[in-house]
Design a protein around this ligand. Structure first.
Ligand code: DX5
Ligand code: ZN
Length: 222
């Protein structure tokens, strides 16, 4: 097993852009095309203006393969639903700082349940608000679009937060991954990589590419 923080890029295709009528085949396609993790966007129609899928779908995916399940909870009460996602087979659970919960307590419970703990911040949320929690996480997700929908444009202005998160990590000898999510493709991945991100979520640019393996390879090498 690789040490947690390493320099290789991790590519996480987002299932939100898959054909929902063929979820299991789409999962297999992402793995066979070279996806390192599978990114699963859970939306409750309240925290964000969209509804996607919940623990039952995640469990079905978990039962068919061993890929690392990176669960991104865009829900108002992640603390309430946390045990159901643990039970469903999530490997990492990322919760939003902006949701209604005791953030430190949710992160603590996530790790106690044996999952990696991620913390997400929206484009409008300054990194300063996340600083008190960065010693309690395995990954910081810097949203590069306003969450809710796939297919939006990458927001360059969020890169200052990625750079500041790298500086903070070095200064404090921490080891969280830095993930970017939204509008990531072969053109924007190098911008985020230069800023210091190492985990790249990509929905439209992978699942909807004519050749998914080539698209993932391009994001990895760009
Ligand atoms: C946005 C989601 C993303 C989404 C990214 O709210 O968190 O994970 O799937 O989609 P693309 O890569 O199409 O911007
Ligand atoms: Zn996401």
């Amino acid at each position: 097993m690789k040490q947690w923080l390493h320099t290789d890029r991790i590519i996480a295709p987002s299932l939100l852009a898959a054909d929902f009528g063929r979820i299991k085949e789409e999962t297999t396609r992402a793995i066979h095309s070279g996806g390192d993790w599978l990114h699963l966007d859970v939306m409750d129609g309240n925290f964000v203006d969209n509804i996607s899928f919940g623990p039952a779908i995640i469990q079905a995916i978990h039962e068919t393969n061993d890929v690392f399940l990176d669960v991104h909870l865009m829900i108002s009460r992640p603390d309430h639903y946390l045990p159901r996602f643990v039970e469903a087979g999530a490997d990492m659970i990322t919760v939003h700082l902006e949701a209604e919960h005791d953030v430190a307590e949710t992160l603590r419970r996530t790790r106690e349940a044996g999952c990696k703990a991620g913390l997400a911040i929206n484009p409008a949320t300054p990194l300063e608000k996340a600083l008190p929690f960065l010693d309690q996480i395995d990954m910081l997700l810097v949203m590069t679009v306003v969450p809710g929908f796939g297919g939006q444009s990458f927001m360059h202005e969020t890169m200052a937060k990625v750079e500041a998160a790298v500086t903070h990590r070095e200064k404090n000898d921490l080891n969280y991954h830095i993930q970017v999510d939204g509008g990531i493709d072969a053109a924007t991945a190098p911008i985020a990589a230069t800023a210091g991100a190492n985990v790249f979520v990509a929905g439209s640019s992978t699942f909807r590419a004519p050749d998914m393996a080539e698209a993932i390879q391009q994001i990895r090498q760009a």
